[in-house]
Structure formats: C-alpha cells, structure tokens
Design a protein. Sequence first.
Length: 240
Amino acid sequence: MLRCILVDDDRWALVDMRGSFPFAHFEIEIAGSYLNAEDALDAMRKDPPDLVITDVCMREGSGLDLLCASRKAGINARFIIVSGHDNFAYAQTALNQGAAYYLLKPINPNEAALALEKAVSGFPAEAAKDFKAASGFEGALNYVNEHYADSFTLTELAGRFYLNMNYLSDQFTKKTGCTFTQYRNKLRVARARSLLDAGWQPADVARKVGFEDVRYFARVFQQTTGITPMRYRKGNSNET
C-alpha cells in the first residue's frame, strides 16, 4: 500500500482533502497530516512517504518550498500541488520542479482522481504493478456483476483482465468475503428469486441465471435461501 501525507495550514482544508481524493480506490494510506511545510519536511526525513498532497500558499513555507527542500534532502516522493489561485507562474514552477499534478481549489473529485492516477503511474514498476492489479480486480468484479449468467471460469476471468489467478481468487475473498463461485452464485440466486416472484418455472429460471444443471441450481438456491426454488415460488406466487 502506498503512503501519502497531506499538508495545508487550514485544518478544514485537510479534512476536505481526505474527502475529495479517492484514496481507498487507489489503495493509498494517509500516513499523516501537517499544518506547515517545516513539520511535514521533518516527518518526511524520518519516514519518507510515497506521495505528498500540499497547498501551495501557507503561512509558514509554501508547497513549492517543501517540494524543493524534499528534493535536496534526497526524498523522491511524488507531489500533487493544490492551490486556491489560478496562477500560471505557480503551476509552471510546480511542474518544472517535478510535481505530478497542479490542482485548483475547490477540489473537483473527478480531477482529484485523475491527479492520483497520474501520480501513481510515476512510481517504480512494482508500485505501478500493484495499482494496475487493483484496477484490474475492480474491472473483473464489475464484469462478474454484469455477466454473472454467462459461463466462464476464474482462470478465464483472470486472463481477460491480465491478472494472476491466485491474486484474483485472494482478492475476491478479501474484498467480498466470498470465493469467486460463491459471489457469482449469490448474484444468480438474487436474480432467480426475482424471476420466481414473477411466476417463472424453476427449470426456466435455472437456465436464465446461468445454471445448466437444474438439480445443482436447486441445491445452490436452497443452501443460500434455506428453501427449494419450487417452495419459494409457491410461497410467493400470486396465482389463485
């Protein structure tokens, strides 16, 4: 997990930073928040972060000063500079000194996400690889959510998103609390219930939600709901 510190002389601005950037999506940990450049630099010398998000204008040292000082100290953290001033000179200086992104206040969440993506892409190969893998899992999860009725294996899903199969399996357990098969079956059963509520026959429902074997469908449905598909249908039927 990548580590980030936040720097701004306004406490409420620090709160806003935490809420505006999608840190969890990029698996970034907030390692500290600081109200001035000096305290931030002291902390960086002791435990260098991967990323710094800092205001440009502060009462005790600017974000640009912090960027320069960190480089002189041999700290190669990526910087996102935030400013309440649409000042071309500030932006030019920040980018010339190696900042990954120059962002204006109030922070737009969409642009904040772009800033993080660009900053992460500048890390060494292993960190970038971790980011791509995390993004790949999100894509795989969305694919399952949309195509749960289709027939595909975990191996095929991993190949579609260029992921290691063991990594993908572990992420399903970590992120959803289920194995890949359990997660897909839950989606299938949820859809099956709505179709049974609408009066569909269990055999037709099984095929519709992706089960080729009706008996296996019935077993999975009962394990999930505690009742067979036929009894569920009868108990929720509007037929007279």
